[in-house]
Design a protein around this ligand. Structure first.
Ligand SMILES: [Zn+2]
Length: 67
């Protein structure tokens, strides 16, 4: 699967929101990944809030699980 959404361009400008780490406080930026932010200091991880379907490996089988 090829991800082409590493960069998001909206209205001809790059969105580069920098987020601070809520644990370390202002001054410590979260490193931006393709789909999440991560703090290299304390290990905090924040999933980006995008309206995307969760990319879980779907198992297409004919097994019906009864809850
Ligand atoms: Zn942190």
């Amino acid at each position: 699967m090829i991800k082409r959404e590493l960069y998001k361009v909206e209205n001809n400008k790059l969105i580069r929101e920098r987020r601070f780490c809520p644990r370390c406080g202002p001054g410590v930026f979260l490193a931006e990944h393709a789909d999440r932010y991560a703090c290299g200091r304390c290990g905090y991880t924040e999933i980006k809030k995008e309206q995307k379907a969760p990319q879980k490996s779907e198992q297409k089988g004919k097994q019906k699980k009864q809850a």
